[in-house]
Design a protein around this ligand. Structure first.
Ligand code: FES
Length: 597
C-alpha cells in the first residue's frame, strides 16, 4: 500500500462510516503537496490542536462593522469553533462579504447572489468537510444558505438574533416598522426637530437584527423550519447567553453531520419547503421570503410557484403577534416558545417526516416542543391555534393585465377595505421621481388614487430595491391618510406595511405592462378574485408598446452588469440564470481537484 493509501484509510477511520473525508484530497498523503497543505492549515491556526486530523469545518462569518445586524456573529464564531473542537473537528473560520441592509446601496439584494457564489466557491476550492454559516441580516441568511445548498456539503446555520428594543418617550420601538410610522407623523407635522433627534439616539440600540418580523427574523424562522438550524435557536435574542450555547451545539453537530453524511439535498426536500411556506403564512413574515424561498428551491431543483405558495397558505392560521402584522417583537416571540412552540401549534398542517440537520425529524421536534407561553402579554407573542390573528394565511397572489406573471401582497399588513379597489394611477418612474413628487404639495392625487412605482425590479434597480412602500403623498399624509393602494415591481422591507402589490412581473425595465401605465389610467385590484388589471383598451396599449423602448441604463460594469444580464424575475427568486437546477455534473463539481497551486 502506498503512503497516500495509508492516509486515505486513516481518513476513513475519522468518519467512523468508512467514508473518505472530502478534505483528505488536500491533507492526506506523503507527497510535498499534502505536506504543504497540512502546513498551511496548521500555520493559519496556531494552537495545540493544529496537527489534529478530523473533519474540517468552515465557519463562514459575515460579521462586519458596516453591518450592525451581523455584529453578534463575532462572539458566536468562537462558540462554534469550541463546539467543533469538542467534537473532534478542525474549525476554520473565514470572512465573507456582509450584506448590511441599511448601508448597502442601492440594495443588499443586488449582492445576495454574489454572497451565494462566494460561499459556493469557497467550499469548492477549500478543504472543507462541512460548514457552519454565520449570518443574520436580511440577505446574508438566504445568500449563505443558497451557496451552501449548491455546494451540498453538510451545513448548519447560526444566526445572531434580534437587537434589544429601543425605547422612545415611554414607548417600545420595533425596528423599521415604528420608524416608518413616526416618519409619517413627522411629515404630518406631529413630531418636532427635538423629537426627531431624540429618536435617532434611541434607535442606536446596539447590535443585532431588526426585532420585528422583518426579513431577517422571517428567514431565521424559516431556516429553522426547513431543518437547517438547531431547534429553538432561530429566535434567541442578540447577546442572550443561550445564543453562545446554541452556537457551540451547532459546531458539535456540524462534525456529527459530516460523520453521518447529512447534506442539504437531504434536508431541502419538497416536504421541507411545504412546511416552510406554511410557517411563513403563520408568522405573517416578510414578502421577501417568497423570493428567497423560490431561489433556494431553484438551487436544489424543488418546484416552486406563486400558485403553490398561495394554495399552501389556505387554511393556515396566522399565529405570530409580531410587528408589522401584529403588536409584539421578536423577543416576545422567543419568550412564547420560539419556532418549536409555533411548529407544535401548526403540527396538523406540517409534514412530520421532514428531516433536519440537527438529527430529529420535524415531527420529533414537535413532540418535544413546549406549549406556547404568555399569550397576549409581552411575555409571549405566539397565539394558540384557536385564537389566530387571522385565518387563511398572510399573503395573496394576484395576476392580470398589469401583472401577467404575478404580484404578491401581504394581506396581514394591509388595510382590509382597500383589498378591492378601483382608482386612477399616479405613476412614479424610479426612486428619485417618487421621492421628489410625493413631497410636491401640488401633486394631483386623492386617497382613491393608485400609486404606481415602475422601473425598480431586478433589472431596473438593478437589484430590486426595497422602495415599494411608496410614501403617502405629503399633502394626504398631513391630512391623516395612512394607507393607499400601491403597485410596484420593487420589493419592500419586511418591516414595512400597507396595501402594496409588490414584485409585479414581468417588471417595467424589460417591457412588462407596468412600463405602459400613465397617470389617470384606471387600475382594478381584487384580492379575493386574485386580479390586478389595467383598464386601458388593447389598441391604446399596443400604441404605447410600439412607442416604448427600454429606459437608458446607467453605465454599469463589474458585478452589477453581470447581474443585470443574468438575473431572473421575482417569481423565479431573482437568482442568476446560470446558478439554478443541480445536475449530476453539478454535483461532481464540489469533488475536489487538488494539486499544486
Ligand atoms: Fe439587518 Fe434588518 S436591517 S436585519
Amino acid at each position: 500500500m502506498t503512503g497516500n493509501g495509508q492516509h486515505q484509510r486513516r481518513a476513513a477511520d475519522v468518519t467512523g462510516h468508512g467514508t473518505r473525508l472530502r478534505s483528505a484530497a488536500w491533507l492526506d498523503g506523503d507527497d510535498e503537496v499534502a505536506l504543504a497543505n497540512r502546513a498551511a492549515l496548521a500555520s493559519a491556526r496556531p494552537g495545540p490542536e493544529r496537527y489534529v486530523r478530523g473533519p474540517v469545518i468552515g465557519i463562514a462569518n459575515s460579521a462586519s462593522e458596516l453591518n450592525p445586524c451581523n455584529q453578534p456573529l463575532r462572539e458566536l464564531a468562537g462558540a462554534v469553533a469550541r463546539g467543533v473542537r469538542e467534537a473532534g473537528g478542525i474549525p476554520a473560520e473565514f470572512p465573507t462579504i456582509s450584506l448590511g441592509e441599511d448601508l448597502m446601496k442601492p440594495s443588499a439584494m443586488l449582492y445576495r447572489n454574489l454572497l451565494a457564489i462566494e460561499i459556493e466557491e469557497m467550499i469548492r476550492s477549500s478543504p472543507l468537510d462541512g460548514i457552519v454559516l454565520l449570518a443574520n441580516c436580511d440577505k446574508t441568511v438566504p445568500g449563505a444558505v443558497m451557496g451552501a445548498a449548491s455546494a451540498d456539503i453538510p451545513t448548519i446555520l447560526v444566526t445572531g438574533g434580534a437587537r434589544a428594543p429601543a425605547s422612545f418617550r415611554g414607548r417600545r420601538i420595533g425596528t423599521g416598522t415604528d420608524l416608518w410610522r413616526l416618519w409619517d407623523e413627522r411629515r404630518a407635522g406631529a413630531l418636532d426637530d427635538a423629537a426627531w433627534q431624540e429618536l435617532e439616539r434611541c434607535l442606536g440600540s446596539g447590535p443585532g437584527a431588526c426585532n420585528t418580523m422583518g426579513t431577517a427574523s422571517t428567514m431565521a424562522v424559516l431556516c429553522e423550519a426547513l431543518g437547517l438550524m438547531m431547534p429553538g435557536s432561530a429566535t434567541i435574542p442578540a447577546g442572550d447567553p443561550r445564543g453562545a450555547a446554541a452556537a457551540t451545539e451547532a459546531g458539535r453537530r456540524a462534525v456529527a453531520a459530516v460523520r453521518d453524511g447529512t447534506r442539504p439535498s437531504q434536508i431541502l426536500t419538497p416536504a421541507a419547503f411545504g412546511n416552510a411556506i406554511r410557517v411563513l403564512h403563520a408568522i405573517g413574515g416578510s414578502t421577501n421570503a417568497v423570493i428567497h424561498l423560490a431561489a433556494l428551491a431553484g438551487r436544489v431543483g424543488v418546484a416552486f410557484s406563486l400558485e403553490e405558495f398561495q394554495r399552501l397558505g389556505s387554511g393556515v392560521p396566522m399565529l405570530a403577534d409580531v410587528e408589522p402584522s401584529g403588536a409584539g417583537l421578536m423577543q416576545d416571540f422567543d419568550a412564547g416558545g420560539g419556532v418549536p412552540a409555533l411548529l407544535r401549534e401548526l403540527s396538523a398542517l406540517l409534514d412530520p417526516a421532514a428531516r433536519t440537520v440537527a438529527g430529529p425529524t420535524i415531527g420529533e421536534i414537535i413532540a418535544a416542543a413546549p406549549a406556547v407561553k404568555g399569550d397576549g402579554e409581552w411575555g409571549g407573542a405566539i397565539r394558540p391555534l384557536g385564537r389566530p390573528l387571522r385565518r387563511d394565511g398572510a399573503f395573496a397572489v394576484v395576476r392580470g393585465s398589469l401583472a401577467p406573471d404575478g404580484s404578491v401582497i401581504k394581506t396581514s399588513a394591509a388595510a382590509p377595505e382597500l383589498l378591492r379597489h378601483r382608482g386612477p394611477a399616479v405613476v412614479f418612474r424610479g426612486y428619485d421621481d417618487m421621492r421628489r413628487r410625493a413631497e410636491d404639495p401640488d401633486l394631483e392625487v386623492t386617497p382613491d388614487s393608485v400609486l404606481v412605482l415602475a422601473g425598480c425590479g431586478p433589472v431596473g434597480g438593478p437589484g430590486m430595491p426595497e422602495w415599494g412602500m411608496i410614501p403617502i403623498p405629503a399633502r394626504l399624509a398631513a391630512a391623516g391618510v395612512r394607507d393607499m393602494v400601491r403597485v410596484t415591481d420593487a420589493r419592500m422591507s419586511g418591516t414595512s406595511y400597507g396595501t402594496v402589490f409588490l414584485h409585479v412581473a414581468p417588471e417595467a425595465a424589460i417591457g412588462g405592462p407596468l412600463a405602459l401605465v400613465r397617470d389617470g389610467d384606471l387600475i382594478d385590484v381584487d384580492v379575493t378574485a386574485g386580479v390586478l388589471n389595467l383598464d386601458v383598451p388593447a389598441g391604446e396599449l399596443a400604441r404605447r408598446r410600439a412607442a416604448w423602448s427600454p429606459p437608458p441604463s446607467p453605465h454599469l460594469r463589474g458585478w452589477p452588469a453581470l447581474y443585470r444580464d443574468h438575473v431572473m424575475q421575482a417569481p423565479e427568486g431573482c437568482d442568476l440564470d446560470f446558478l439554478t437546477a443541480p445536475t449530476a455534473a453539478h454535483r461532481r463539481f464540489v469533488e475536489p481537484v487538488v494539486g499544486r497551486s
